[in-house]
Ligand binder design. Structure first.
Ligand code: SF4
Length: 476
């Protein structure tokens, strides 16, 4: 599936190789964003930061001395794919700011639904923003004197935010890791062998630096790493808000070896494949995945159906994002470049193709055509989630409604568009049944249209009024 991903966070406290380990941590989170990367580190008194456009190994090149200059015992890092704010160096993170209390660097994964509201308010009072990303708003909130003077400034500030946010704050003497009250995006913590503390979007980044997974940051929790070790506090009463974890993290975003929302991603996806085989069986000779995110589910589909598993596609991991003109034929060429068909595995066979999800459908159709060209006799498309019909306001940049394959098409019409012999989507109920957490602990808005954090104008108006009240209260 082709869709814009979000961001990856990594932070480490108390390790003499903090910047280097952050580099490796970010490398393992590269699947969450390839547009920009950056690391900020502190020597205990002073934070320095380097960010740049492109993948981690472009921003920090071997021998360029940039990592060496960041050599400090505390660091945070970020990989970004813009969900708000344009693709530009000014929006790369960590976002470094100086305010009355000193320096802070912020790394953010998610999307604030009240960002423009807050920004308008600040601009109306003369604040100047240097980026277009919503993360800078958090710095402005933190810098506001009436907020900075609170007993827990970060907790106070987080209570002003609406939407999805997993955050790392680097202060000269500590790291604070926080997750929104709904726990929409993942964030976990771990321990290095040397006794340092780590926070990361996914546990694959902890594995990458050979550190131990401890637990996930709870929704509404702030975890601090400083010279006293690790401590925790909540900025909302625990249990007050029912979680709304993004189940798309399980379906597509997160890496198979990661542990998120209480379980391993590979195991979850395998179960979706098994459910899919029961819900939409197919008479076929071979099950092939669309790698990489469809692979685990295809393993489950093959195991459940008894149909042989094979690799029909080979993914090129050396093709980054292509910036070629977005014409249809160029897009299809780029698909061919990224995903090559193994003719010998598909020629003359009836094939079940398993993919995690379908957004526009044009990329999928390109793959189907390539399989036909390689001699596939029948193609049965199986998808590990329901048809996507609604936008995401919490950090995933789906195309407009009009561009979504499932918009205005029934299953038969989707099959016709994809040029397949049959198509079957996993139902929402079955998808949710594959998770170990209760069904009502997940956000499913892009399939169901039910938004747990309301996004309608009435709510925003209410938020505006509430915010204005706070704003003027704070000025008094
Ligand atoms: S709308 Fe979909 S992609 Fe967005 S947070 Fe909810 S489940 Fe995830």
């Amino acid at each position: 599936m082709s869709k814009k991903e979000e961001c990856g966070l990594f932070g480490i406290y108390g390790d003499r190789q903090a910047a280097q380990k952050t580099y490796y941590g970010l490398f393992s989170l590269q699947h969450r964003g390839q547009e920009s990367a950056g690391i900020a580190s502190s020597n205990g008194d002073f934070i320095q930061c380097h960010t740049g456009m492109g993948q981690v190994n472009r921003v920090f090149r071997a021998g360029d001395g940039k990592l060496e200059r960041l050599k400090n015992p505390v660091a945070i890092g970020h990989v970004r794919y813009s969900t708000t704010g344009s693709s530009n160096i000014i929006n790369s993170q960590p976002f470094l700011a100086e305010y009355s209390r000193g320096q802070v660097a912020i790394a953010h994964n998610g999307n604030l639904i009240n960002a423009s509201l807050l920004r308008d308010e600040y601009e109306a009072y003369g604040s100047i923003f240097k980026s277009t990303s919503d993360t800078e708003i958090i710095a402005h909130l933190l810098a506001k004197p009436s907020h900075a003077s609170k007993a827990d400034p970060i907790g106070h500030v987080l209570n002003h935010l609406q939407g999805a946010y997993s955050l790392l704050f680097l202060f000269p003497d500590r790291i604070e890791a926080a997750r929104d009250p709904y726990g929409i995006r993942p964030l976990c913590i771990g321990r290095t062998k040397e006794g340092g503390w780590v926070a990361a979007s996914e546990s694959c980044a902890l594995d990458a630096i050979d550190s131990e997974f401890i637990r996930e940051v709870e929704p509404g929790e702030i975890v601090t790493f400083d010279k006293s070790g690790m401590s925790s506090r909540f900025f909302v009463t625990p249990g007050q808000v029912k979680p709304a974890h993004c189940i798309f993290e399980h379906v597509y975003f997160s890496k198979q070896n990661s542990r998120i929302f209480g379980e391993n991603v590979h195991e979850f996806r395998k179960r979706t494949g098994m459910q899919l085989a029961m819900e939409h069986p197919a008479d076929a000779d071979v099950v092939i995945p669309v790698p990489d995110s469809g692979t685990s589910a295809a393993v489950g589909f093959a195991a459940q159906s008894g149909i042989a598993f094979d690799m029909g596609f080979v993914r090129s991991h050396y093709v980054g994002r292509t910036f070629i003109a977005p014409s249809q034929d160029m897009r299809e060429l780029s698909v061919r470049l990224k995903l090559a068909v193994i003719e010998e595995a598909v020629n003359g066979k009836r094939i079940v193709v398993v993919d995690d999800s379908i957004v526009r459908g044009t990329t999928t159709r390109g793959k189907i055509r390539a399989l036909r060209k390689a001699g596939a006799k029948e193609i049965h498309m199986r998808v590990c989630c329901p048809p996507i019909r609604f936008p995401c306001f919490y950090g995933v940049d789906f195309p407009t409604k009009e561009e979504l394959l499932a918009n205005g098409r029934n299953i038969e019409q989707i099959g016709d568009f994809l040029e397949v012999d049959s198509v079957g989507y996993l139902s929402l109920a079955e998808l949710l049944s594959c998770a170990s957490l209760p069904a009502d602990h997940f956000c499913t808005a892009c399939w169901s249209g039910k938004y747990r954090i309301a996004i309608d104008s009435i709510v925003n108006k209410f938020a505006l009024e509430r915010y204005q009240m706070n704003f003027f209260d704070d000025l008094e």
